[in-house]
Design a protein around this ligand. Sequence first.
Ligand code: ZN
Length: 172
Amino acid sequence: MSGTAVALVLNATYEPLCVVPGRRAAVLVLTEKAVPVSEGDGLLRSSSTLMVLPAVVRLTRFVRVPFRPHVTLTRRAVFARDGGRCVYCGHSASTIDHVLPRSRGGHHTWDNVVAACGRCNHVKADRMLTELGWRLRQPPTAPTGVAWRVLGHRTPDPRWLNWLGLPEQESA
Ligand SMILES: [Zn+2]
């Protein structure tokens, strides 16, 4: 694994809170503010310490998190909500689609943006579902829950998935 190591921080109640640099997570463990849940890649070295950077840590004390009603609409978050699958045909998704096309007045909002495969996106183009005779299994909605603040911005480390409570991801 390349790049800077990062770790998922869980609240004392095991709810996901945020993602921090791996070194920061290690310091939380060393100062007994958190306990390691899952080991990651990389080592933290100092004059007195050598430890494996954690991939997941859990805070030893519960922190109250201000309620954040809005989950940022990003491509990653849409893919995560839709399980990485095309909402029209169920195959692996590679694009995002506006159910009501933007050219027809559709908005870039959670209730109009879905994950789609390239083929369906291409076939659908600027048409409405009714013109194609397509149907959605369920209308898209904005996701809720704390996991989403983690997911909007990055691909989750596989070691985090147990804690995020997500639909199974289709690997592209
Ligand atoms: Zn499709």
